[in-house]
Design a protein around this ligand. Structure first.
Ligand SMILES: *[C@@H]1O[C@H](CO)[C@@H](O)[C@H](O)[C@H]1NC(C)=O
Length: 505
């Protein structure tokens, strides 16, 4: 392939030591490399090995020649082990920043410097290091606008002394209060994300994240604008007024997602080959079901759900009468182990198991993209993690939202109230709130058998179309991506000065 590689336009990506973040980061890295920029991806050794394993091999094709990996030595916590709560994340985050500092220093000492650094929002320290060396550093944002707007707005009102949140929500009497952030859906206070309360070990990180956001010249978001027009303009407005107030340049906010359809088919074909060897049990199951009928259930791999709660869920799925796939590999909440499908099945009443035998499938892992793209899939019962929600949107599958932690509550609120492509399994579920079998049955029945459900399924189909348009010719994300590449090339030209800016390979 005659890809023009620009050796001077060099982008470093610094990924959070958290596999889902590295994976999203690697997608943008790959896209920019595919457009001729020279890219280095820095991430934890463990995550990079896992990424390369999922690609099947270290990519060597012509359009990956200009992408390099740099493994950082970081001890990762087992995300399945939730002992220590959020505090257990601080050490690997700090180690990642230190490791980045070493790489940066040694590269600068050799006289080499990137044109810009794209840094995970959770690593404001890495941003400070790059900025200290005069290198533009921009946040990488695999989040919805509502999550970012909430972060900025709460920090701003807090700093101005206008709004004081309780130190902790646990014993607070405002737990049930609503908070109305302009442009966003009305949220219960626990829906804004636990880290804005002072007792949370990540509280300070949340504050620094807000600074990173409001000081950045460029924000790179991996969603797309049409998914959240109101929340996106709320974010734009907030950054606009912030720039005016601080006499700063107005930030450029570029949405570039969803990114998976833009990846070179190399990655896709490797995945297809692996699947082709043996038809996945999920696909075999879906092939035997009727169109748009199957409820696909997955809480991702980092979310813990108790055995008692999972059993209740299965009872609810049973009484809903819909066929379903449960992909469960959920960490046990108190120990360093997972609830396994076998444990779950052995606790279920054999009579129930025989009733659902023909319309249910329990697996530990499902090929999510293939499941979502299958015509038999009718709903995704999901924890509303950002990657899962984008994948569901891309395939036009409506969501049954069951948020558990992090940004998932805000995401779920947005999907239900603004995008209107999701229903909540339980209205305004509180963190660790118990969902009954009746809740599960009602939400599934509503989606499949009511006029409200029908309208929602139609909107999910429309949103799929908008997602396709955003990455199609002249689409918002496609244009932003072009602008981003041009911006980086422009910066490279400015910094490198004269000789040999482009070299054909
Ligand atoms: C994109 O824009 C160009 C120039 O305005 C136009 O010629 C082309 O038809 C557009 N493509 C689509 C798919 O709208």
């Amino acid at each position: 392939m005659g890809l023009e590689v620009n050796p001077n336009a060099t982008v470093w990506f610094v990924a959070l030591p958290f596999f889902t973040h590295l994976k999203a980061t690697s997608q943008l890295a790959e896209i920019l490399a595919g457009r001729g920029l020279t890219v280095t991806l820095l991430g934890s050794k463990h995550d990079i090995q896992r990424l390369q394993a999922s690609w099947g091999h270290i990519p060597e094709s012509s359009n990956k020649r200009n992408i390099q990996f740099r493994s950082l030595d970081i001890e990762l916590p087992d995300l399945g082990n939730t002992v220590g709560g959020n505090a257990r994340l601080l050490k690997p985050f700090a180690q990642a920043e230190l490791a980045f500092e070493e790489v940066l220093k040694s590269e600068l000492a050799r006289g080499s410097r990137p044109t810009c650094v794209i840094v995970d929002l959770f690593m404001p320290g890495a941003r400070d290091l790059a900025a200290g060396a005069g290198i533009p550093a921009w946040p990488f944002l695999p989040f919805l606008s509502s999550f970012l707007t909430t972060n900025l707005y709460l920090k701003k009102l807090g700093a101005a002394g206008i709004l004081t949140l309780p130190d902790s929500l646990e014993e607070s009497d405002v737990k049930e209060e609503f908070i109305n952030i302009p442009g966003l859906s009305l949220m219960k206070i626990y829906e804004v994300n636990a880290i804005y309360f002072k007792c949370n070990p990540l509280y300070r990180l949340g504050q620094r994240r807000a600074d990173f956001l409001q000081e950045a010249d460029v924000l790179i978001m991996t969603g797309f604008r049409e998914l959240e027009p109101q929340a996106f303009s709320a974010l734009e407005k907030l950054l606009y007024f912030n720039a005016l107030q601080n006499s700063r340049k107005i930030s450029k906010i570029w949405t570039v997602g969803p990114m998976f359809p833009l990846l070179s088919d190399n990655q896709v074909s490797v995945a297809k080959e692996l699947v082709a060897e043996k038809v996945d049990p999920c696909i075999r199951f879906l092939d035997s079901q009727s169109p748009s009928s199957v409820v696909y259930v997955s809480f991702g791999t980092d979310v813990s759900v108790s055995q008692e709660q999972l059993l209740e869920l299965v009872y609810g799925l049973e009484s809903s009468q819909q066929p379903f796939i449960c992909a469960l590999r959920t960490p046990k909440s108190d120990q360093n182990s997972y609830v396994m499908v076998q444990d779950l099945l052995s606790d279920l009443d054999p009579a129930l198991l025989s009733r659902i035998s023909r319309r249910s499938l329990f697996v530990e892992w499902a090929p999510q993209m293939d499941v979502l793209s299958h015509a038999s899939t009718g709903a995704f019962l999901s924890h509303c993690g950002f990657n899962s929600l984008l994948e569901s949107v891309w395939h036009g599958v409506p969501i049954l939202g069951w948020p558990r932690q992090y940004d998932q509550f805000t995401n779920c609120r947005h999907l239900v109230d603004e995008a209107q492509i999701a229903l909540e399994v339980h209205p305004r579920l509180i963190p660790d709130g118990f969902v009954t079998r009746k809740d599960v049955e009602i939400v599934i029945t509503t989606l499949f058998h009511t006029a409200e459900g029908k309208a929602l399924r139609e909107r999910a189909r429309q949103m799929k179309q908008q997602a396709e348009e955003s990455v199609g010719e002249n689409g918002s994300s496609s244009k932003n991506l072009e602008t981003l590449v041009a911006h980086i090339e422009h910066l490279a030209k400015q910094t490198s000065g004269s000789s040999n800016p482009k070299q054909s390979t």
